[in-house]
Write a protein that binds this ligand. Structure first.
Ligand code: V4E
Length: 222
């Protein structure tokens, strides 16, 4: 399990030039399709749990418990407020356990021999998991001298662009240092303003599923 600390930013025509100027090295471009799953009652997303399949692999993002000692000064807590941090779980049995804690699995695994894909299908149908969002992203990634910092420029197929500065930590890693690295990178990129920038899923649900979006807003998930 790892923890992703991330700050989103609005990217524009100058972002590429700025990245070049600050010595960012392009790691390449890739394309992926994300499918997000939840129950029809949104049991997972209303708990801020985001289950997705990307390139055939399952991933679950769920909230971390922020350590209050991490945010001491006003400036630090302002920087922290601009960032999100989520646990990222990629091990399917662990994902299934986390999902089971939220959704009551209606029957146990069958004893009959089934293929991994049949087992996944059966797990999804037992838990009533359906795909509620699907979109493709073209991502250009950059690495910076600042150790462990990656900058992604995402272009989603529903006409949405966003930049992300992110640091991936092992569980229990130094969140404060990650926040500082992100803050320094944001400074180098000349990012101004202290408003959180919406991500792809925020924009996708706002545009395509206003009722689901409104529920998430009313439950203070977004
Ligand atoms: C909506 C959401 C999540 C799913 C999307 O995560 P994100 O990191 O934006 O996607 P992506 O494609 O950049 O993933 P990566 O390739 O970096 O792994 S995870 C958490 N949320 C909830 C959420 C929230 N509560 N508030 C805000 C402002 N954004 C997202």
């Amino acid at each position: 399990m790892s923890v992703e600390v991330e700050r989103k930013f609005v990217c524009n025509a100058d972002t590429l030039k700025t990245l070049e100027e600050i010595g960012a090295v392009c790691l390449g471009q890739r394309q992926f399709c994300d499918q997000y799953f939840d129950t029809p009652k949104f049991d997972l997303t209303l708990k801020d749990m985001w289950l997705r399949k990307r390139k055939g692999c399952w991933e679950l993002k769920c909230p971390t418990t922020a350590d209050k000692a991490e945010e001491t000064s006003g400036e630090q807590s302002k920087a922290a407020a601009m960032c999100s941090r989520y646990k990222e779980i990629t091990n399917l049995p662990e994902i299934q356990l986390r999902v089971k804690e939220v959704i009551k699995d209606i029957c146990e695994d069958s004893e009959t021999e089934t293929s991994p894909s049949q087992e996944e299908e059966s797990w999804m149908s037992r838990n009533n998991l359906v795909c509620f969002a699907e979109f493709t992203t073209v991502r250009r990634s950059f690495t910076l001298e600042e150790e462990g910092v990656q900058v992604d420029l995402d272009e989603a197929d529903f006409g949405f662009h966003v930049g992300e500065i992110e640091v991936l930590l092992p569980e229990g890693g130094d969140v404060q240092s990650a926040l500082e690295k992100i803050e320094r990178t944001a400074g180098k990129l000349g990012l101004i303003g202290d408003k959180c920038v919406e991500g792809k899923m925020h924009a996708y649900l706002r545009r395509n599923h206003p009722e689901h979006f409104a529920r998430l807003l009313s439950e203070h998930i977004f």
